[in-house]
Design a binder for this molecule. Structure first.
Ligand code: NAD
Length: 254
């Protein structure tokens, strides 16, 4: 049966991969993203999708996006609180307070606004599935990325709590923890971490594989496989789980 799937940060990377995979299996898709050009590109690629420029940290913009979805669909089946940002890299004593707050705002406040809306709709319809994108950094410490790790651990707390609040009405809430995902974003992260820790980029890149049992990075499709499963009836009793898709991380330390 066709689902209605909403994705934040859906105009590139993992979010776009999720949007494409939901659309490919015949689901209706709504996405928002702070990058207006990227939103326009996706709107051209997926003319049937609801695509809107909206910053997940801006309550007014999110209200406009979510209201449009609610008016168009009258409900929602799957909500992926996916928008995130890597935040600054560096020793905590060198980090700027504004950069700390900006990182928490996108990763945590954005998920709050998204999940608050999803919870209201899903509680009323007594069904639905929320998938929150945490990270390996939400299961391990991440040296030189303290704002990101703090935000991603915060999302684990949000997931466990919402699973408890919404479970009694049949709504499921899970988090995915991607390992290092092949693509532009990790290229940027590797460059930033190499600079912050004064190491060659290749050293940082190798570190992501060294600490993983399966010695692998992951692909957007690896993540989409899990999210589509979580959203399906096959996962009807899975809630409150923090699911790593990472080839099994043994250590996140440099
Ligand atoms: P990405 O940078 O490729 O895509 C993120 C998208 O979110 C972009 O389109 C960006 O414009 C959008 N975005 C950023 N800030 C936003 C905001 N304030 N409001 C709305 N949209 C915003 O990154 P990605 O790899 O696709 O990351 C998606 C999620 O996966 C993030 O939560 C990230 O932390 C998480 N994650 C990524 C990796 C990885 O290796 N790429 C690993 C673990 C977790």
């Amino acid at each position: 049966m066709s689902q209605r799937a909403l994705i934040t940060g859906g105009a590139s990377g993992i979010g776009l991969g999720l949007a494409r995979r939901f659309a490919a299996q015949g689901d209706r898709v709504a996405l928002c993203d702070a990058d207006g050009d990227a939103v326009e590109r996706v709107a051209a690629e997926m003319p049937d999708a609801i695509c809107m420029k909206a910053d997940v940290t801006d309550a007014g913009q999110m209200d406009a996006f979510l209201s449009q979805v609610e008016d168009s669909w009258g409900g929602v089946d799957v909500v992926c609180a996916n928008a995130g940002t890597g935040g600054p890299a560096g020793r905590i004593e060198d980090l700027n307070y504004d950069a700390w707050q900006a990182c928490l705002a996108v990763n945590l406040n954005g998920a709050f606004l998204t999940c608050r809306w999803a919870a209201r709709i899903m509680r009323a319809q007594k069904s639905g599935c929320i998938v929150i994108t945490s990270s390996t950094s939400g299961q391990w410490g991440h040296p030189y990325r303290s704002p990101y790790a703090a935000a991603k651990w915060g999302l684990v707390g949000l997931t466990k709590t919402l699973a408890m609040e919404l479970g009694p009405v049949g709504v499921r809430v899970n988090a995915i923890c991607p390992g290092a995902v092949e693509g532009d974003r990790m290229d940027r992260v590797v460059a930033m971490e190499a600079k912050a820790s004064n190491r060659p980029e290749q050293d940082v890149r190798d570190q992501y594989v060294r600490g993983v049992s399966m010695r692998t990075w992951v692909t957007v499709d690896d993540l989409a496989d899990t999210v589509l499963f979580l959203a399906s009836p096959a996962a009807s009793k899975i809630s409150g789980q923090i699911i790593a898709i990472d080839g099994h991380t043994e250590t996140n330390a440099p």
